[in-house]
Design a protein around this ligand. Sequence first.
Ligand SMILES: [Zn+2]
Length: 388
Amino acid sequence: MSDLATTTAILADLIAHPTVSSEANTEVIAHMATRLEDAGARVEVMLDATGQKANLFASIGPEEPGGIMLSGHSDVVPVEDQPWTGDPFAMWQEGDRLYGRGSCDMKGFLAACIASAPLFNARKLTRPVHFAFTHDEEIGCLGAQSLADVLKDRVARPALAIVGEPTSMRIVEGHKGCCEYRVTFTGVEGHGSRPEMGVNAAEFAARYVTRLLELRETLRHRTPPDSRFEPPWTTINIGRLSGGHAPNVIPGLAEVEWEMRPVQKTDADFVKRLINGYAEDILLPEMQRVATDASIVTEVLGEVAGLQPADRNAALAIVAELTGANGADLVAFGTEAGLYQDIGMDVVVCGPGSIEQAHKPDEYLETGQLTACLDMLSGLADRLTAHG
Ligand SMILES: [Zn+2]
């Protein structure tokens, strides 16, 4: 079989595992582990605390620090309420398009990596290649966070990473972070005529939101001078606000959901410190003066680190050489890349398929994209063999 035929068959197997983020992914991880082991890789499967989710980390080549890590997530977004023309978990081909949930985001990249493993193994690599396949990227990069925690304490950890999210094989060197929170204000209900007898959760939520909007203004003054993002500063969005029943009732419960898209990690730390301080030191004591069990609870819905463009990025240099790309983009979507950058790796995002097709009904991957990815990986095998 040609490389492409092998890769396409592997992709069909991966798509047949419906690894929606709410479901277990251990079967598909075991499947990929077997294939990589058969190809000669040293494979580790790391289960999470529930035993339902796993990361896979595998290596080929010398057991030493450095080398390059090929990184992707095994989970996919749901298909409910989407008008698919075929079974999303039974890959089908029309012309040069491979259809199925996860085809471009991002099982196509995983399939290309697995199909290339025997090639890496057949070469006398002078530096290792690593495979990092994670769980729960679509719901906050949970798997990559735990993998990054494991890798950061290892001596033999990869120096570079390619995150194979769909970029149409273009190089992406930066994206903003994305931090999402739900804040629940629990006060005390009462009659609207006696505000002092209750704790008005909606009013405290409103003050919290007002403080966030002030911080949003401050963030514009913190714009890094060389920022290439659009807009160039860190943004805040109030996405949902709810609470109360009627004009004459003091609301006992209110909720705020908001997000922040930091252009630099220091902005995220700055906002969290100030807004949490405001909630804990100003709002909460006022609420508890009336009712000791009043509370403000912040849930982290997801904290995806941004990928900051770096002046020197060895991963970018290699991928540019391999793909012939001249230049690198910034994108609006988040990936696992920032988490690996945070532990000191040089990282780029580059993978087959278009983000236009991701998360949509009739998601597809063009075979030409898969071929381009296989070419990049085979060039990488040369590169890890040739230079010391
Ligand atoms: Zn993805």
